[in-house]
Design a protein around this ligand. Structure first.
Ligand SMILES: [Ca+2]
Ligand SMILES: [Ca+2]
Length: 68
């Protein structure tokens, strides 16, 4: 069975987007900078421009709202 696709915004990998992921997003919100040692930043770089900024925050809000 192939692995399930990643859930956008799911930083901790438990297949949901909840308060734990939101807290992780805030930790990774560095504007135009990325800390490459901070795991999971790429899971919240929604627009794939190699940063975690306010544009990604808008997408994170949508992912959070869409979560069951
Ligand atoms: Ca999660
Ligand atoms: Ca980004």
């Amino acid at each position: 069975m192939p692995p399930l696709p990643a859930v956008p915004g799911d930083i901790d990998g438990n297949r949901d987007v909840d308060l734990s992921d939101a807290a992780g997003f805030v930790d990774r919100l560095l504007g135009p900078f990325v800390d490459p040692v901070q795991a999971g930043w790429d899971r919240v770089d929604f627009d794939l421009d190699f940063d975690v900024d306010l544009r990604d925050l808008a997408a994170m809000q949508n992912a959070f709202d869409a979560a069951p």
